[in-house]
Write a new protein. Structure first.
Length: 164
């Protein structure tokens, strides 16, 4: 009888699945208020705010199981010539993923990792807008699972078009 036991979470002869955050960093932060100081006056109504989200992930060279995941958030407040502000943040994290089946890697990298990065990126955006003289922009929580599902559907549709 063996002294080691396996359960459903540990692959036979493998390592228990682990996701570790090794580092977090700001890759790029940009804030523009092209019409300041006029844009700082009370506008009378809340401006329209457009928010964009993108997630990218790449393996870290020379470190098996380490991935650089980048969450890009951009927000533009105002309309065409009356832009109050435009903020863009590329926030990254280096994650170590060990013991996960290959089929779980993409969902981990594009759902779970950005979900862990988001609160920090959200706070940076809020601080930047507040420091620029505007009310803090508190971005609503993002459903990264829905974004991932949508992206995978778009990729499948592209590959089907290319095949025909």
């Amino acid at each position: 009888m063996s002294d080691t036991q396996t359960n459903g979470n540990v692959p036979e002869g493998g390592v228990a699945p682990q996701l570790n955050i090794l580092a977090q960093y700001i890759k790029d932060l940009s804030f523009e208020s092209p019409n300041a100081p006029a844009s700082l006056r009370n506008q009378g109504r809340a401006p329209g705010i457009n928010i964009g989200v993108n997630v990218g992930a790449n393996p870290v060279n020379g470190a098996e199981g380490d991935y650089d995941v980048r969450l890009t958030l951009n927000a533009k407040a105002g309309e065409e010539k009356d832009i109050l502000f435009h903020v863009e943040l590329e926030y990254g994290g280096v994650f170590r993923l060990q013991g996960f089946p290959q089929e779980h890697l993409l969902p981990l990298l594009f759902i779970e990792c950005p979900r862990l990065l988001f609160p920090f990126a959200r706070q940076i955006i809020a601080d930047a807008t507040r420091s620029a003289g505007f009310p803090p922009l508190m971005i609503d929580p993002i459903d990264f699972a829905a974004l991932f599902t949508q992206r995978m559907a778009e990729e499948r549709a592209k590959s089907q078009v290319q095949m025909s």
